[in-house]
Write a protein that binds this ligand. Structure first.
Ligand code: UDX
Length: 438
């Protein structure tokens, strides 16, 4: 099918590449000329495993092209996917939907009467219906607008797009449903469930899913607080409760908490929308979810102060800058939150990351350490593991111990083999556990 993908951020770029790989003919539309030039040259503007090769292949197959604005070819598209950003507003917790409105307005002149507009961006419930009304008014006829939320995770974005757990379609007319069912046939043919529903339910599915995931993480982090006070081990506890199929072991890793471009923003947007709808108490618990998340980062700072007897003037190495491994995304990263708090207290903070150092140099050059982790560790009196990159799991504590000024470790992700680090002479703390140091 001929389609356009409007907005080439993380979501749009991945969707465009993945759908071209599935055999559709895709035009990616993005007003940022530099980004379009990069993509046309086959350069992926962010790090995502497997996506660079897939982009090169899609361009090579001539199924994928890019433009800064719609042209004649947009008129033949059967589906226009809206993938623009819906960032948090600068003056409130609400999502800013203005890019969606601009995208729809730019689309109207090339929108054929049969074409379907399929929104993928994460939006406050009610946005799709308003957008449909706005578009229909501008077009002078009812437009086909559907909502098709995206659940891809950074680090596994391509695989999540090609083989999602489910496809959700919010539709108001049969034509949109038929077109989108046909569009996704290569995926549903492999057994992926496709659920159809109305617009508000489809919109809510996404924020509900992300709020649930954030709640699950904060739940285990709250248990970690109790475990610390009670002399228990939250990691072992999570293993035990995770074996209950009703609970499940995923998203039950306690640590410095959730970050990224989605979970924090979606939790806040859910709270804001519930307030708007007059049901704010329904989302009250999410304030606690946020507070628990913030406390875990503060806990690391407290542990650092206790370990070093105050952090002012002390050199501290933070392992990891990205909000999670296999991405170079720094948005709402727990690692950088901790870096800032320690910096504010006068510590000399050095941050290392296997992939995100270029992004860190652009945004926080004062913290950027050497690309070589052993060089970055030179003279550090404390090492804090904040992002669970595989490279860190494999780090040799004996070798690292020869570089640092003092062998103190806080494992903020419960990633490391504590006995091994201790046998190399390290003093170890880890969140949610009660580590005995000899
Ligand atoms: C999330 C959703 O998972 C995805 O479905 C949606 O489309 C976009 O938002 P993503 O932002 O890529 O994806 O990150 P995710 O894998 O959900 O992790 C979010 C954060 O939670 C990370 O900071 C991660 O380190 C943290 N996390 C995750 C934990 O602290 N503990 C866990 O057990 C799991």
């Amino acid at each position: 099918m001929n389609i356009t993908v409007i907005g080439l951020g993380y979501l749009g770029t991945t969707h465009a590449v993945a759908m071209a790989q599935l055999g559709h003919d895709v035009i990616g539309i993005e007003p940022n000329a530099a980004r379009v030039a990069d993509l046309e040259a086959g350069r992926l503007p962010f790090y995502e495993p497997g996506l660079q090769d897939a982009l090169t292949a899609a361009i090579g197959s001539a199924r994928l092209s890019f433009a800064t604005a719609h042209g004649e070819s947009s008129k033949t598209a059967a589906v226009h996917f809206l993938c623009v950003g819906t960032p948090q507003s600068s003056d409130s917790n609400k999502a800013d939907t203005s890019y969606l409105y601009s995208a729809v307005e730019a689309l109207i002149p090339v929108l054929s009467t049969d074409a379907v507009i399929a929104g993928k961006s994460t939006v406050p419930v009610g946005t799709a219906a308003e957008l449909a009304e706005h578009a229909s008014k501008l077009a002078g006829h009812p437009v086909h607008l559907a909502w098709n939320p995206e659940f891809l995770r950074e680090g596994t974005a391509l695989q999540d797009s090609l083989a999602p757990d489910r496809i959700v379609l919010g539709v108001t007319d049969e034509h949109s449903e038929n077109v989108l069912r046909e569009f996704y046939a290569p995926i549903t043919a492999t057994g992926t469930p496709l659920l159809t529903t109305d617009l508000p339910t489809a919109e809510l599915v996404k924020v509900a899913a992300n709020s649930f995931l954030a709640t699950k993480i904060s739940f285990i982090n709250a248990v970690a607080e109790v475990a610390e006070a009670a002399g228990a081990d939250a990691v072992r506890l999570a293993e035990a409760i995770g074996l209950d199929e009703r609970i499940g072991s995923k998203f039950l890793r306690n640590g410095v908490g959730y970050g990224g471009g989605c979970l924090p923003k979606d939790v806040r947007a859910f709270i804001a929308r519930a307030e708007d709808l007059g049901v704010s108490s329904a989302a009250d618990f999410l304030h606690d979810v946020e507070a628990i998340n913030a406390r875990r980062r503060e806990r690391v700072v407290t542990l650092a102060q206790q370990t070093l007897g105050g952090v002012s003037g002390k050199r501290i190495l933070i392992l990891g800058a990205a909000f999670k491994p296999d991405t170079d995304d720094l948005r709402e990263s727990a690692a950088l939150d901790i870096a800032k708090q320690l910096d504010d207290l006068g510590a000399k903070v050095v941050v290392h990351d296997p992939m995100a150092l270029p992004a860190l140099v652009r945004q926080h050059p004062q913290w950027a350490g050497d690309q070589d982790v052993f060089a970055a560790a030179s003279g550090a009196e404390l090492v804090i593991l904040a992002t669970e990159w595989r490279q860190y799991r494999e780090l040799d504590p004996f070798e690292l111990g020869t570089k640092v000024g003092a062998k103190n470790l806080i494992d903020g992700r419960n990633l490391l083999d504590i006995a091994r680090w201790q046998s190399a002479g390290w003093h170890v703390d880890a969140l949610g556990r009660n580590i005995k140091n000899g």
